[in-house]
Write a protein that binds this ligand. Structure first.
Ligand code: GLY
Ligand code: MN
Ligand code: MN
Length: 494
């Protein structure tokens, strides 16, 4: 019989067997469990750094309640979620990384002296509730145990309260509130509803005050602390291992019809083994796919004679990620034309790195790289004007072959500090402790009639992760081969 259109769709789990509902079963499963040992951890390394960051954002927002949600798990399909990842602003201010409990919320409550920080989260459920065996979303038998309030308080050096108490705190009307809107829609709706009732501020202004908080939290991350720098170094080191793995796997990669997938899988294996996961989808772009800047479908073959561009980064359990690109000759040696393109990109990268020191403007890094890109493409006869003319802001012909920027900040997000004001980022002054990429490239599309045939289908990017020091800069990824000779030696196992 056909269902009437008004019959509600079955719940996602309604067609699967469920736990028994008999009282006998409930009594039985609720008893007979051993006591759990209570041993509290020492604060993790990130705790003191996170506390210092909270003090800085607190000083910027006296008298305001600040709400920074980790965010809920996100649905991938039906009742299957993506692997959980907390919002970066939340991780930055709590030090809670890959092991953060979904749905947690950090609240900075204004008090007489600065803010009091409280972390609200869904703590371990006891055996008195049926959650632990009957709730596939969060039950211990389904997704593993959650820590207790006391455990997290000791681990992160933060006051903790049950998530269930949060609503009452937010509904209290004695403080104006700012929330990181994008992190948790439901919670944001709740805060907006409360603002409406209190007529605290009109709707369009609330978006603005929230955006200011997000901006401030983004700018808080522009200069990395000692812990963050150590994490980024470690992420780069793990990424190096992932690249080594790919090279060791090349015979199998080239033998497979979807070799790019094997590159991705090989790197992913290392990322999962050493860290949390990859910081962004791996780009494994062989041959002409290298001309597609964010090629992540990765379903092509890896063919001898071509170059393969691999843009990949390991994200650690702390959620700090590397972002590194190497372009490798699949058969181990660059052809003369591949070498010519590669060396032009390398020259641009080296020139850009050479100017980095505190006091320069961030945009000068890109301008320096573009000087080289314009010079080489002009020298090869690709531009309708001279390099100098092409570099004029209203011309920019050379950008046909590199449409992306040269640098972005790096940290918890691969494109970190994205909401920072332009005057502190693109137009900002470079400071010691900043970490960003330098990643020039040249991409000659397979159907680009402005370039000679021998260049068509060649794409090269070289991307390194740079730390600004008091006197200049160091490349955290300098140890990953990048000159032509180094790359050829690397691939030959030398
Ligand atoms: N992996 C993305 C980027 O390089 O910005
Ligand atoms: Mn990048
Ligand atoms: Mn990249």
């Amino acid at each position: 019989m056909a269902e009437s259109p008004s019959t509600p769709a079955p719940r996602a789990t309604a067609n699967r067997s469920t736990t028994p509902g008999s009282d006998a079963f409930k009594d039985y499963i609720s008893s007979g469990w051993a006591e759990r040992p209570v041993s509290l951890p020492a604060p993790r390394e990130s705790a003191a750094f996170a506390a210092a960051r909270r003090l800085r954002i607190s000083a910027q927002h006296p008298g305001e309640r600040l709400v920074i949600p980790a965010g809920p798990a996100k649905v991938r399909s039906n009742d299957t979620d993506y692997p959980y990842r907390a919002h970066s602003a939340f991780s930055h201010l709590t030090g809670w990384g890959a092991d953060a409990v979904p749905g947690s919320v950090l609240v900075l409550e204004p008090g007489a002296e600065g803010h009091e920080a409280t972390l609200y989260f869904r703590e371990a459920a006891g055996r008195h509730s049926d959650e632990f065996y009957a709730n596939p979303e969060v039950g211990e038998f389904w997704t593993g145990p959650r820590p207790s309030l006391e455990h997290v308080a000791a681990d992160l050096g933060l006051a903790t309260r049950p998530l269930g108490e949060l609503a009452a705190v937010l509904d209290a009307t004695d403080a104006s509130t700012r929330i990181v809107r994008e992190a948790d829609r439901e919670l944001t709706d709740r805060v907006d509803g409360r603002r409406l009732m209190a007529a605290e501020i009109p709707g369009d202004i609330e978006q603005e005050v929230d955006a200011e908080l997000l901006r401030d939290l983004s700018e808080l991350r522009l200069v990395k602390d000692e812990y963050e720098i150590a994490q980024l170094r470690q992420a780069v080191d793990a990424t190096r291992l992932g690249f080594d793995d790919v090279i060791a796997e090349l015979p199998r990669i080239t033998a497979h019809r979807r070799g790019e997938r094997l590159v991705e899988g090989t790197f992913d294996r290392r990322a999962r083994a050493e860290g949390n996961t990859v910081g962004y989808d791996t780009i494994a772009a062989s041959g002409p796919h290298a001309c597609i800047l964010h090629w992540t479908r990765n379903d092509g073959p890896v063919v001898a004679g071509d170059l393969i561009l691999i843009d990949a980064g390991v994200e650690l359990d702390s959620l700090y990620t590397a972002d590194i690109t190497r372009t490798l000759p699949v058969d181990g040696s660059f052809s003369p034309v591949q070498r010519r393109v590669y060396e032009a990109v390398l020259e641009a990268a080296d020139a850009a790195l050479a100017i980095v020191r505190p006091g320069i403007r961030f945009r000068e890094i890109h301008q320096t790289a573009m000087g080289v890109i314009a010079a080489r493409t002009a020298e090869w006869g690709l531009l309708p004007v001279s390099a100098e003319e092409s570099l004029e802001p209203e011309r920019q012909y050379h950008r046909r072959y590199m449409v992306h920027g040269t640098s972005h900040h790096l940290g918890l997000d691969v494109h970190d500090c994205a909401q920072a004001r332009r005057e502190l980022y693109l137009d900002g002054v470079v400071e010691a402790g900043m970490v960003f990429t330098i990643e020039p490239g040249l991409y000659f599309q397979p159907d680009d009639l402005t370039v000679p045939e021998e260049l068509r289908g060649i794409g090269v990017r070289i991307e390194d992760d740079i730390l600004v020091t008091e006197s200049g800069a160091v490349s955290l990824s300098a140890g990953i081969p990048r000159t032509v000779d180094e790359v050829e030696d690397w691939m030959a196992g030398r």
